[in-house]
Each structure stands twice: as structure tokens, then as C-alpha cells.
Design a protein around this ligand. Structure first.
Ligand code: ARG
Ligand code: ZN
Ligand code: CA
Length: 256
């Protein structure tokens, strides 16, 4: 694929009226879309912080995101759905994705990327459903204070990178360390990301070696690690290929 794919997005702002901050503003939503359109086009201004050894691997994923202009009935929309809830917070259980459990029902998941923004408990910044799962829960969920770059977005997760990371999962990317708790036995099925033991957090100093991956070590500047928003800057070519394969396979409905 050489052309750019544009993914229509609907953002469900699920908020408790007793906590007005949860009802984030349109500007905060727009700030998130802007981050996505930089990060997935390798147009992010912090790209110059990628260590020199990995610059040749930086990929323009050729994916753009646009708030939906038409709703499922074909009526004009701003792509933002605001739904009040009686719940004080949500968890990993997908309740936010259904009006029957205090959330908001998805728009057709083969036509829209559904993004739910809400209060999350347990220190969860967000979570995603991989391709191939049940349509009624497909999409990504993001903590409102880790969404976008303005409004309630709070450091160190105020760079919009939680959504970049979760949409990476939605497009079939695994965590860069392979989720094997330091074993070095499983990886992310991407050849150009170094095998890495475990998640990195905060803002690591280059190089951080694990799993015998020296001298350059872990690619902790990758969006699919767990570093702070201000410390992650890139997808690789291999990751971009995996996202391409997803868009030609399980998510091919977005190519038309
Ligand atoms: N699923 C991860 C979590 O909830 C998201 C990590 C996002 N990282 C970031 N720098 N924004 O912890
Ligand atoms: Zn993740
Ligand atoms: Ca790898």
C-alpha cells in the first residue's frame, strides 16, 4: 500500500454529571486526533529524539484519522457522542461499551473506529481490542486524563500517546517486549524491533540492554512500550507492515 488510509472515528465521551471534568471539551478531542495524525504519519515534532541508530527504521504508517462526518444513519455529525452515566468509573470489563451497563453502544465497528473516553479505575490508562474479536466491543478505551493534550490531560500522559499505543493494538501490534515478563522467549512478531525483556517506564536513558540485545538495547522510544508520553516517538517499518497486513485482512472494511 502506498496511499494513505483514512479511518473515520467516533469518540464516545461517557461522563458522570456529578464530575463535570469527565465531560471533556471538543478541543481536547480535537487535540487527540491531531496527535494521531502526526504519530501515524511520522510527522510528530519529537521524532528528532529517536536515537540515531533507529532513525532508518522510523515508519510513516500512512494512516490518518478523521472524526466521523456522517453518523450510521447518514446524518451529519461532529463525531463526538456525549453520554451521561451513573457510574463513577469503569474498568477493563467493556461495560463502557454498552448503554445497558452505563456506557455507550458502538457505531458499526467495521466502518468506524470507536473510541470511548471515560474515568477508568485501577491506574488503567487505556485498553484495546485486537482485530478478530467480537464486533460489539471493538475499539479502544482511554482514560479522559490521558486523552489529548489539553483540558483534563495530565502529565506524564498528556501527549496523546495512550491513544497512539491502544490504536497500535487495535491494528494488531503487540507490546514491544512480547508480554513474557522478562523471559526473552516471546516477542512482538516484528523483526526490526529488538527482543526486549520487559516493559520500560518513565523516560529511560539510551541504551537500556536486556535479552542480549546490546549494544543498542531496548527500543524504549517505541509507541508500543510503556514509557511516558514525552519519551515515545516512533513505529518501525516492521510494525507498519503488520498494521498494513491488518488493514488488508481483519480490518479490510476500512480500505474501501
Ligand atoms: N494499556 C496501557 C496502560 O493502561 C497504556 C500505556 C500507554 N502509555 C503511554 N505512555 N501513554 O497502562
Ligand atoms: Zn498496551
Ligand atoms: Ca521484535
Amino acid at each position: 500500500r502506498t496511499d494513505v488510509v483514512t479511518i473515520p472515528v467516533v469518540v464516545h465521551v461517557v461522563h458522570n454529571p456529578a464530575v463535570p471534568a469527565q465531560n471533556i471539551g471538543d478541543d481536547q478531542v480535537h487535540s487527540q486526533i491531531a496527535v494521531l495524525n502526526r504519530d501515524f504519519r511520522a510527522a510528530n515534532p519529537d521524532l528528532d529524539k529517536v536515537p540515531e541508530v533507529w532513525r532508518p527504521l522510523v515508519a510513516d504508517a500512512r494512516i490518518e484519522f478523521r472524526l466521523a462526518a456522517l453518523d450510521p444513519e447518514g446524518e451529519p455529525t461532529d463525531g463526538i457522542v456525549r453520554v451521561p452515566t451513573g457510574r463513577t468509573s469503569f474498568g477493563f470489563d467493556d461495560a463502557v461499551k454498552s448503554s445497558a451497563s452505563g456506557g455507550s453502544d458502538p457505531w458499526p465497528t467495521d466502518e468506524y473506529l470507536n473510541v470511548w473516553v471515560c474515568q477508568l479505575g485501577g491506574g488503567l490508562l487505556g485498553y484495546a481490542q485486537f482485530p478478530g474479536g467480537p464486533p460489539q466491543t471493538d475499539g479502544v478505551v482511554i482514560l479522559h486524563s490521558a486523552f489529548g493534550t489539553t483540558g483534563t490531560a495530565a502529565p506524564p500522559f498528556d501527549g496523546g500517546r495512550t491513544a497512539t499505543h491502544e490504536i497500535g493494538h487495535w491494528l494488531d501490534l503487540y507490546h514491544i517486549w512480547g508480554d513474557d515478563d522478562g523471559a526473552c522467549s516471546s516477542d512482538d512478531k516484528v523483526a526490526d524491533t529488538p527482543n526486549q525483556a520487559d516493559a520500560n517506564t518513565g523516560s529511560p536513558v539510551f541504551p537500556h540492554v536486556s535479552c542480549g540485545n546490546g549494544p543498542h538495547g531496548d527500543m524504549f522510544v517505541n509507541y508500543m512500550d510503556y514509557t511516558d508520553d514525552a519519551a515515545m516517538f516512533m513505529f518501525t517499518r516492521g510494525q507498519s507492515k503488520r498494521m498494513d497486513a491488518c488493514l488488508e485482512g481483519a480490518r479490510a472494511s476500512f480500505l474501501v
